[in-house]
Design a protein around this ligand. Structure first.
Ligand SMILES: Cc1ncc(COP(=O)(O)O)c(C=O)c1O
Length: 350
């Protein structure tokens, strides 16, 4: 018999899925890594497992201790899965205002949940500083620190990137990714560029995230705000610092709504909001690089976790977003005709 020893061993080795409708529309292969297949339902399970394994190996995390982490949700769920599987307790510190789906999932996975008021990073009560403080003040707590702990990007350098390389037989022209901590884009871009320097790496930002501006000017500045969760960066963190990015763009929430409806209706895949942004980014990359390319991106989690925002007509109406504003064909044509000056060309390569 072949079986896994515990649920942590189920993490990773996700499928790479072709999106038929968008591949046909673009004349490219639009491929998504199905990270919702992880036991905690998101790409963050990979980072959670690697951070915990490395902390155990360093002797920092010992049996019976509590893992503490500040997170918009998915890392808390991933760490809770790993904590239970490997014999630890879990305390998640989360800002209020994330989707209730994620709060429920954290409790469901057996993590204690501490909700803090959302505030700017400079405020000592920010969820990041709260988790750090709890870790420092309590000997039986271990703070995972997903932003600066480079075991996060290592998970993607050692596993996700190699899986993509193997699943495409080394035929990958572009990698498209959003960033929350930059673990995914950091580890995958580094690995793929080591295999083939010509793989084009695209960074996709929602409104309210500072990466696009950072790539352009070296300064973090953002405009507007997005309803996406778990993504967007406003400071240089160690995992994102590893990323080897060629191009950066920023896309509005309207485009995620268009993509998510099109893919649900034509392909049967219900996307979470960061995934919808990734796939919009993949369409943009296809529009700009022309036909015949293989473009890989990530389904970071599944649509259930975005039920009360991306998939909630009342919420969208409050935000002034029209669900049928544009068809996917119109959106793709708009991308094709958009001036190249909207792209930050970091490496100058085409
Ligand atoms: C839903 C979702 N998508 C994408 C990401 C980004 O992943 P990374 O932290 O590897 O940049 C995160 C978390 O950070 C997330 O929760």
């Amino acid at each position: 018999m072949i079986y896994k020893q515990n649920v942590a061993e189920v993490i990773g080795h996700t499928d790479l899925l072709r999106i038929p409708s968008l591949s046909q529309l673009t004349d490219c292969e639009i491929l998504v890594k199905c990270e919702f297949q992880n036991p905690g339902g998101s790409i963050k399970d990979r980072a959670a497992l690697q951070m915990v394994q490395d902390a155990i190996a360093r002797g920092e995390l010992k049996p019976g201790m509590t893992i503490v982490e500040g997170t918009a949700g998915n890392t808390g769920i991933g760490l809770a899965v790993v904590a239970k599987a490997l014999g630890f307790k879990m305390l998640t510190v989360m800002p209020k205002g994330q989707t209730p789906e994620k709060e429920k999932m954290i409790a469901l996975h057996g993590s204690e949940l501490m909700l803090v008021d959302p505030c700017p990073f400079a405020n000592p009560n920010h969820f990041y500083h709260t988790a750090k403080r709890l870790g420092e003040e309590n000997d039986s707590y271990w703070w995972a620190n997903q932003f600066e702990n480079i075991s996060n990007a290592k998970a993607h350098y050692e596993h996700t990137g190699p899986e993509i390389w193997q699943q495409t037989d080394g035929n990958v022209d572009a990698l498209v990714s959003v960033s929350g901590t930059g673990g995914t884009i950091g580890g995958c871009s580094r690995f793929l560029k080591e295999q083939n320097e010509d793989v084009q790496v695209w960074s996709i930002d929602p409104d309210g995230s500072g990466i696009y501006h950072y790539l352009k000017t070296g300064e973090y500045k953002a405009q507007g705000s997005s309803f996406t969760e778990g993504i967007g960066i406003m400071r240089t963190v160690a995992n994102f610092a590893q990323a080897r990015i060629d191009k950066g763009i920023t896309l509005p929430d309207d485009d995620l709504v268009t993509v998510s409806r099109a893919v649900r209706n034509a392909d049967g895949l219900v996307l979470g909001s960061s995934t919808a942004l990734n796939i919009a980014g993949a369409l943009f990359a296809a529009a700009k690089s022309g036909p015949g390319k293989t473009i890989v991106t990530f389904a970071c989690d599944a649509g259930e976790r975005s039920y009360s925002k991306l998939w909630n007509p009342e919420f969208l109406a409050e935000k002034g977003i029209q669900e049928d504003r544009e068809t996917i064909e119109q959106m793709f044509n708009r991308y094709k005709t958009m001036d190249d000056s909207v792209i930050v060309n970091v490496t100058g390569k085409d």
